[in-house]
Design a protein around this ligand. Structure first.
Ligand code: ZN
Length: 276
């Protein structure tokens, strides 16, 4: 499942194709949305925003298309009127004179006024988005200390979009390793310095993943690994996620994996000692 950085990168591509341009044709596959086709045709797209894993395509008449890709949804950008060679189901097509932005396979699409966004059932329960809202260290520490979050295990808390929007399985693993925290620790087990470090890691790794298109390890480590002949992106982009049985790049200990709530949880038993 794509995480915040991947959604933002997809939104950047959609924005490049649509923002500032007038829509000449728009098609919704879902019958209940077709009534909006006339309303949006002839309008300009002003902005493409993200909130966690949701994308918001905003029009200058104050209407917004909400879309959530879930597991399978995918945007394609093509020259105006060209369709990619895919067997996916086309759900939404936005055409301007130059480009077509085509959303395939997504099942959650909605059209609403910008003033209705805050009451949207999905958006209403989301915490601040790490990339879009840019919460600072203090704001994140404050959330970690809230009654409804402070006694939750970090493994579950970091995936909870109501805590912070945009983190998923790979960011959770990498953030907790670099912060040196065991996944089963709770914020209430941590001192202030640990909470601040955790908050800094959340911000830094999410932003880095966005900037580098998914390379979460720091550039200095990636450089060292590549000089050692570790040249495949899948091998150097993460330290912990997906590397069970391999040595941690920081300490050499073997990365472990356990199953938490049906999702694999990777961690380094030395960097993330349960007793620290
Ligand atoms: Zn380690």
């Amino acid at each position: 499942m794509p995480e915040g950085p991947e959604i933002r990168l997809a939104a950047d591509e959609v924005a490049n194709a649509l923002v500032g341009r007038k829509v000449i044709k728009i098609d919704f596959a879902f019958a209940q949305l077709r009534k909006f086709q006339d309303l949006l045709t002839g309008q300009r797209v002003t902005e493409v925003k993200t909130h966690g894993k949701a994308m918001l395509t905003c029009f200058d008449n104050d209407w917004v298309i909400y879309s959530h890709n879930q597991l399978y949804g995918r945007w394609f950008i093509s020259n105006a009127g060209e369709l990619p060679d895919t067997r996916r189901q086309l759900r939404l097509a936005i055409h301007n004179r130059d480009f077509s932005a085509l959303l395939y396979s997504a099942s959650e699409i909605d059209v609403l006024r910008s003033s209705e966004l805050r009451d949207h059932p999905f958006l209403a329960r989301m915490g601040p988005d790490v990339l879009a809202d840019k919460p600072g260290v203090d704001a994140i520490v404050e959330r970690l200390q809230m009654d409804r979050f402070r006694n939750r295990q970090l493994a579950g808390l970091l995936l909870d979009q109501g805590f912070l929007a945009g983190l998923g399985n790979y960011l959770r693993a990498e953030v907790l390793t670099v912060a040196g925290l065991h996944p089963l620790h709770r914020p209430s087990d941590c001192n202030t310095a640990q909470l601040r470090k955790l908050a800094r890691c959340i911000i830094r790794l999410t932003q880095r993943s966005y900037r580098t298109r998914g390379i979460v390890n720091p550039p200095s480590l990636v450089k060292r690994l590549r000089t050692q002949g570790i040249n495949r992106r899948e091998q150097y982009r993460f330290n912990t996620y997906g590397r069970a049985g391999e040595p941690c790049y920081y300490c050499g200990q073997i990365i472990e994996c356990s199953n938490a709530g049906g999702r694999k949880m990777y961690f380094c038993p030395k960097c993330q000692s349960a007793s620290s």
